[in-house]
Design a protein around this ligand. Structure first.
Ligand code: CP
Length: 308
């Protein structure tokens, strides 16, 4: 594995290997062990052209636990504001001996562009990790979601999983679906208004529901999504109240899922829009565990790419 750009096309044994490697790092990410030397002397550049709380911070923690040097480029204060291009920025950071770029960008494909540019220039030792590109992919979120599901449910092959909300604009939904298909989840459902579902998913065998009560019936895992206001044409944007009335996860609706169903959310949450606070803070929610497992999963991805 040279770069991690998306999860589609990655075989089951590689996904499983990443999850198993993450398991081996859990004690390091929990700080029972403070650091391992697997990336000592390597420089990881975090390039976040879109805002982030969880992904950027957990990549930084993960890199530090692997003993790498981490540089967080402050994009707002960088020379991109003077018109410097993405690839010129990358070339200049490469000249500062970068070993890995962790890239988030509003444009789908931006991390691919960087990876292709590095490949074309024979810079085989520099790795790119996609930390979320437009509505396309968020592979490390997909992996940490799979880690969380495996932790709580043990086996992928007997699960019904529902993804609820703005599926159309969600890079998390796409990465989760690719990973779950590969890992053998037999029933994946998406629930939302037709305007926020992706019709092409039907061709992947995904069941589509417009009705929350029907879609949640007997599921083992509920993955809630934020309405991506920033990616939606204003005319199509549902109001927060309308959305919550039809698609908000309330305790009454959650009761339709299996009694031991878990509730996930990649964050950031909009309480009272896609999820009720009593569910977000309830005993079935594993939302903060997802964040914690993100450290071990990102350690696994970076250390594998770095050749360990
Ligand atoms: N899940 C996720 O990508 O959250 P951030 O936008 O805070 O990184």
């Amino acid at each position: 594995l040279r770069h991690l750009l998306a999860l589609n096309g990655l075989p089951k044994d590689i996904l499983t290997y990443i999850l198993d490697t993450a398991s081996s790092f859990v004690s390091v990410s929990d700080r029972e062990v403070k650091k391992v030397p697997l990336m000592r002397g390597k420089s990881v550049f975090n390039l976040f052209f879109e805002n982030s709380t969880r992904t950027r911070t957990t990549f930084e923690i993960a890199a530090k636990r692997l003993s790498a040097d981490v540089i967080n480029l402050n994009i707002a204060a960088s020379s991109t504001s003077k018109g410097e291009s993405l690839l010129d920025t990358v070339d200049n950071l490469t000249a500062m001996s970068a070993d890995m770029f962790v890239v988030r960008h509003a444009q789908s494909g931006a991390p691919f562009l960087i990876a292709r540019h590095l490949n074309r220039h024979g810079l085989d030792h520099i790795h790119v990790v996609n930390a979320g590109d437009g509505r396309h992919a968020h592979p490390t979120q997909g992996l940490l979601d799979m880690y969380t599901i495996r932790h709580y449910k043990k086996d992928f092959t007997n699960l019904k999983v529902a993804i609820v909300g703005d599926v159309l604009h969600s890079r998390v939904a796409r990465s989760d679906i690719h990973a779950m298909k590969t890992l053998g989840v037999p029933e994946i459902r998406v629930i939302g208004p037709t305007t926020l579902l992706a019709p092409a998913m039907k061709d992947m065998g995904i069941r589509m529901f417009n009705n929350m009560n029907e879609g949640l019936k007997d599921v083992d895992v509920v993955i809630m999504l934020r309405v991506q206001n920033e990616r939606i044409n204003g005319a199509l944007l549902p109001s927060a109240q309308e959305f919550f009335k039809s698609y908000g996860l309330t305790p009454e609706r959650l009761a339709l899922a299996k009694p031991d169903a878990i509730v996930m959310h990649p964050g950031p949450m909009n309480r009272g829009v896609e999820i009720d606070s009593s569910v977000a803070d309830g005993k079935q929610a594993v939302i903060l565990s997802q964040v914690t497992y993100g450290i071990a999963v990102r350690m696994a991805v970076m250390s594998i790419l770095a050749g360990n």
